[in-house]
Design a protein around this ligand. Sequence first.
Ligand SMILES: Nc1nc2c(c(=O)[nH]1)N[C@H]1C(S)=C(S)[C@@H](COP(=O)(O)O)O[C@H]1N2
Ligand SMILES: [Mo]
Length: 506
Amino acid sequence: MTDERPSLLRAGVIGLLSVGVGLAAGGVVAALGDPATSPVLAVGSEVIDRTPTPVKDWAIEHFGTHDKLILLSSVTVAVLIVAIASGLLARSRLLVGVAVQVLMLLVAGYAVLARPFAALSDLLPTVCAGVVSLAALVGLFRVTARPAGSAGASRRTFVAATGGTAALATLGVVGGRAITSSRSAIDVKLPAADAPAPALPAGLDRTVPGVTPLRTPNSSFYRVDTELSVPNLSASDWELTIDGDVENPYTISYSELLRRPLTERNITITCVSNPVGGKYAGGATWRGVLLKDLLAEARVKEPNRPDLQVLSTSFNGFTISTPLGAMTDDRGAMLAIGMNGAPLPRAHGFPARLITPGLYGMLGCTKWVTKLTVTTYADRKAYWTKRGWTTEGEIKPTARIDVPAALASVKPGRVLIGGTAWAQRRGVVAVQVSIDGGPWTAASLGPDVNVDYWRQWYYAWETNKPGQHSVRARVIYGDNMIQTAARAGVFPSGSSGIEERVFLVG
Ligand SMILES: Nc1nc2c(c(=O)[nH]1)N[C@H]1C(S)=C(S)[C@@H](COP(=O)(O)O)O[C@H]1N2
Ligand SMILES: [Mo]
C-alpha cells in the first residue's frame, strides 16, 4: 500500500501518464463518433470562441495556418502541466490529485457542452477520458508504491507499469488518427459541369520561378475557419434549407443538387485576415449551382429591400452574413460542390460551400453550409459581426510580391521580380513597380482569366548595382483606379497598403 511515497519524479511521471492515457482513450472514443467532442478539441474551440479578436488576429498573422496547431499544442501542454501537478499532489494525498483531475474533467465537460448543438451523449469521450485517467492515476500509485519497510518498488515494476501505460497512450493516439482518416475518405463522384469554365491558360509560373501558380492546387489552398478538427459530413445526410423572408421555403438534398444545372467559374477568394503581402488568397475553378437560381426558387418576399442579407449557417451553427444582392446579381455567386475538378475537399467545405466573388471569405464563403436564411441585418447577427468585423467587406485590390524572397540574395544582371495581383469584381488592368523609390513602371502581366481572378505579373530589372535594394508593387484596377497606399490593419475590414520587399544584389 501507499504507506511510503514514490519520488517526486515518479509521482510527476504518473500524473502525466495517467492524463495522457485518458486523453488518448477519449480521443479514440471521439474518433469513433464525432472527433470534435474530444475533450482537448472542445477546450480548444472554447478558447477560440472566447479569444478577443485582436489576439486572434495576432495569432493568425504570426502563426498563419499553424494557428490551430499552436492553439492545440498550447492546450495540450497546459493540460499536461496540470497533469504533472496532479501526480505531485497525489504523492502527499491521493485524493487531492484525484480532485485536480476531476476539476480538469469538469472544465472539459463544460467546453463539450458549450459547443453549439451539443448533446449529453457528447460527454462520452470526456467521461471515458476521466475514468481511464483516474484509474491510471490510482492504479499506478498502488502498483509502484514502496511496500512498508522496503527500499521502494523495484525500478523494474515502475518502468513496466509506466512503460505499459505510455504504450497504451501511444496506441490510442495512433489508433484515433487512423480511425479519423479512414472515416474521412470522400466517396462521391462530381458530375461534369453543364456550363464549364474556360480552361486556365498556361501561367507565368512556368517562366518566372517562384511566382504563385495561376491555379492553386487543392492540397495547398489556404484554409481559414474556426473548426479545430476538419468536419466529417456525409453527402447522403447533407441537406440545405432555404428559409426566412421567402414565399417558398424548401430543402434540397445532395443528390437533388447534383441534378441541377452545374456552373463552373474561376474565382480567387481572399481572407479578410490577409495582411499586406500575405498568403490568404487562392485561385480555383469552382463548380456548383448558382445561388441566384436557388434563391429565385425560394422567391424572396421583398427582394428590393436594401437591408436584406442572407444569413448562411454551417452544420454546427457558425454563421456568415452576405448582402442579398451579392447572391442574386450577375456575379455568379454559387453553392459550390467541386473545386478544381474534384469534389470539395473536407477542409474546404464538403459537401457544399458558398463562393461569392468579390467579398472576403467571412462574408460569402460559408463552408459545410446547411442553411440560407433571408433576413435583415437588424434581425440577425453573424459570428464575425458579433465580434466587430465589417458586414460590407469588398475585397481590397492589391498586388503581392512573390519573388525575390525577402532579403534574398540575387545575382547582378537580369533580376526577375514577380507576383500576383487581385481586384475582384473590377479586374486587374496593370501592375506597376517602383524600385528603390523610383518612378512607377508597368510590369508585364500574365493571362487575364476574368475580373474575379488574380493576375500574375513580372518585371525584369537589369542591374549591376550590388547592395541592398527595395521594390514596391501596386495594382491598377477597374477604371484605372490606383491601389491605395493608406495603411490599414486587417481588423475590421481588411488590410491595405503597398507591399515593399527588400533584397540584395551581389
Ligand atoms: N463554416 C465556416 N465557413 C467559413 C469559415 C468558418 O470559420 N466556418 N471561415 C470563412 C473564412 S474567414 C474564409 S477566408 C474562407 C476560407 O475558405 P478556405 O478555407 O476554403 O480557403 O472560409 C469562410 N468560410
Ligand atoms: Mo477569412
